[in-house]
Design a protein around this ligand. Structure first.
Ligand code: ADP
Ligand code: NI
Length: 201
C-alpha cells in the first residue's frame, strides 16, 4: 500500500472513536479543499505537504488527543515509519501545531496558510452548520437562544466565530469559496429561525 493510503487508514483508525466533528470525512474534505487551493493560487507550494498535513491535522488537537505530546510523537513515529523523511515530518507537525483558530499563532509557511484555509472552509456551509450542532449537542449546549451570539449556543457560535472566517482567509481564492459557504450558513440560520417563529407557516 502506498504512503498516502497508509496515512488515510491511520487517520481513520485514530478518529474512529470521535463524534465531535473531527472524523475521517472532515480530514478528507480538508484535503480536497487544500488540493483545490493549491491548484488555484499563484504561489508555488509543496502540495504533498499540504495534503498530508490536511489529513492528519486534527490528530494532535486537544479536542481529539488526551495527551498532545504523546499524540505528536506517535504521529511523528508513524510518518517516519512509513517512509517520510524527517524534515517533511517536522513540517507536517509544525503546520498542525500552528493552524488552530484559538491559538492565533503566526503561521509557519505558505503550506500552513493553505491547510488553515482548508480547515476553516469545512467549518462553513451546511456541513459547518451540522458540525457545529453536533459539537454543541455533544457538550450539552442549546441550539439557539434569541439574541445570543456567544459560544453558549450553536447558532451563537455562527456569529462568534464562523461569520468571521471569510475575512481571515489567507488566500483570496479561499475567501471566494468562503463567501459562498457563508451564504449557505446564513440561509440555514434564517430558515431555522423562521421555522421556529412560524414565519411563512
Ligand atoms: P477544526 O479543528 O476542524 O478547526 P474545531 O476543533 O474548532 O475545528 O471545531 C470542530 C467543529 O466544531 C467545527 O465545525 C466548529 O465550528 C465546531 N465548534 C468548535 N467550537 C464550538 C463551539 N464552542 N460551539 C459550537 N461548535 C463549535
Ligand atoms: Ni479540522
Amino acid at each position: 500500500m502506498g504512503k498516502y493510503n497508509q496515512v488515510i487508514n491511520y487517520v481513520d483508525m485514530k478518529l474512529k472513536s470521535n463524534n465531535n466533528g473531527h472524523d475521517i470525512s472532515h480530514a478528507l474534505r480538508v484535503e480536497r479543499y487544500a488540493r483545490r487551493i493549491c491548484d488555484e493560487i499563484d504561489v508555488k507550494v509543496n502540495t504533498e505537504l499540504c495534503i498530508i498535513a490536511s489529513l492528519v491535522h486534527d490528530l494532535i488537537d486537544h479536542k481529539v488527543a488526551s495527551d498532545q505530546n504523546i499524540a505528536k510523537s506517535e504521529l511523528e513515529q508513524f510518518l517516519l515509519g512509513i517512509g517520510y523523511d524527517k524534515s517533511f515530518v517536522l513540517d507536517v507537525i509544525l503546520i498542525c501545531d500552528t493552524i488552530s483558530y484559538s491559538k492565533g499563532l503566526e503561521l509557519s509557511s505558505k503550506e500552513a496558510m493553505v491547510v488553515q484555509d482548508a480547515d476553516r472552509l469545512d467549518a462553513l456551509g451546511l456541513i459547518g452548520a451540522v458540525r457545529t450542532i453536533a459539537y454543541s449537542t455533544s457538550v450539552n449546549r442549546p441550539l439557539y437562544i434569541p439574541g445570543d451570539i456567544s459560544d453558549d449556543t450553536a447558532i451563537g457560535h455562527f456569529h462568534n466565530k464562523l461569520y468571521k472566517l471569510k475575512d481571515l482567509m489567507n488566500y483570496e481564492q479561499s475567501k471566494q469559496i468562503a463567501v459562498k459557504k457563508e451564504k449557505a450558513l446564513r440561509q440555514f440560520e434564517k430558515q431555522y429561525i423562521n421555522e421556529l417563529e412560524g414565519v411563512d407557516d
